[in-house]
Design a protein around this ligand. Structure first.
Ligand SMILES: Cc1ncc(COP(=O)(O)O)c(C=O)c1O
Length: 397
């Protein structure tokens, strides 16, 4: 796919995009590649047997499953022993939290800029192990997590820090590589939620230098399955939880819990192929450039209005943000406004806090209906964004 990746024809790979619907709820979940749909249909039609068998079809199934694992690991620049696939990022973090070894009184730093997925697991862990939680945030208007605003929270007792790579509300890209250095200088482990980053940019866990990283393929053009990375070094801080007679070598051995469904695992090579296979760089360069154009169309309009507040970075620069754009309109209720959009157009927006409730309530200071969110990915078109602007203009006139 690499050499031929063409942003203008990319949408032809997604059957759902033939419908009369503009999908701007991609931060909730993306549409699925035809190659993935075909792969899952084929698997169920021909290979749906219990893994581990030595008979002919069993062997083919084993290979397909293992190829899925290998492709997922290679895609994020990890070793197969450093990843585990499971039902959701939320579940994988909960599983990880069950195994991490800390001592009473150790400190952990959690951010308030998160989807609750990257808080709940660690919050429960802190209660169970009697750890001290320190809260990390960056106030308005910057709303950017940095080594500078993290440093005052670190102490010799800090053992774990968690934050998001990109917020599912504000779309800002946090520089996790530089944050990782700061966390490691303090002697702590660093866990990153990559769910809102992975649909837009190349994931390279070694380049990021993180200890734990997770995202969900249902937002990356595939089915409901997620991947968690834990470096070999970081795995030394885990207490494995397999059946007593099973091995404890790989991350899958340690916290797999048979949680990775076969048909979804085995289709991962199809997603990786679409995103450039072993050479994803040109694909993501094209995606990043196109996404910048999409952001600019919407942000130029939103920024031009005195009655609209864009939450987070108001720049369309693809180095700074992904096209997940949230805003509120003075005197208008976010829920009712989205319902008005539904009535007059085929554009699918969303309203709410999107499980980033601490961010919406405590950092942004919003009411229960929180934000209006338009979240694009590379298969959205400039025409779609212009159509959205026209609808907004109409409803605001
Ligand atoms: C930033 C972010 N993190 C985590 C999640 C949860 O992912 P999952 O549904 O795989 O648990 C979401 C889902 O919307 C998200 O947007």
């Amino acid at each position: 796919m690499t050499d031929s990746f063409n942003i203008t024809t990319a949408r032809e790979n997604f059957p759902a995009l033939k419908q009369d619907q503009v999908y701007l709820d991609n931060a909730g979940g993306s549409q699925v590649l035809q190659s993935v749909i075909t792969s899952i249909t084929d698997y169920f039609s021909n290979n749906n047997v219990q893994l581990g068998a030595s008979y002919k079809i069993g062997q083919i199934s084993n290979t397909k499953y293992n190829d899925g694992y290998k492709a997922a690991a290679q895609y994020i620049n990890a070793n197969p022993g450093e990843i585990v696939l499971g039902s959701s990022t939320t579940q994988l973090f909960v599983n990880l939290a069950q195994t991490l070894k800390f001592s009473e009184g150790d400190e952990i730093v959690l951010s308030k800029m998160e989807h609750e997925t990257n808080v709940k697991a660690w919050h429960h862990m802190a209660e169970r192990l009697k750890l001290i939680i320190k809260w990390w945030e960056s106030p308005k208007p910057e709303l950017k997590l940095t080594p500078e605003n993290l440093k005052p929270l670190l102490s010799p007792k800090t053992k774990f820090v968690a934050c998001t790579h990109v917020s599912n509300i504000i779309g800002t890209i946090h520089d996790v590589a530089s944050i990782a250095k700061t966390v490691h200088e303090a002697g702590a482990l660093f866990c990153v939620d990559g769910v809102s980053y992975a649909p837009h940019r190349q994931v390279d866990v070694k380049a990021f230098g993180v200890d734990f990283y997770a995202f969900s393929w249902y937002k990356v053009y595939g089915p409901h399955i997620s991947v968690l990375y834990a470096s070999t070094e970081a795995q030394k801080h885990m207490r494995p939880m397999p059946h007593y007679f099973n091995p404890t070598t790989t991350l899958e051995d340690k916290i797999g819990f048979a949680g990775s469904n076969y048909e979804a695992t085995q289709c991962i090579p199809r997603i990786v192929e679409y995103l450039g296979g072993t050479n994803p760089k040109p694909v993501f360069e094209a995606i990043s450039e196109h996404e910048g154009k999409l952001s600019k169309i919407l942000l130029d309009f939103l920024n031009s209005r005195d009655d609209i507040t864009v939450h987070g970075n108001t720049s369309a620069d693809s180095n700074e943000r992904v096209p997940t754009i949230s805003f509120t309109i003075e005197g208008r209720n976010s829920k009712e406004f989205v319902q008005e959009v539904d009535k007059v157009s085929n554009i699918g927006l969303r309203w709410g806090h999107f499980y980033s409730k601490r961010l919406c309530d405590e950092v942004l200071g919003l009411g229960p209906e929180a934000v209006i969110r338009a979240s694009a990915v590379h298969y959205n078109t400039e025409e779609e964004m212009r159509a959205l602007v026209e609808v907004l203009k109409k409803l605001l006139s």
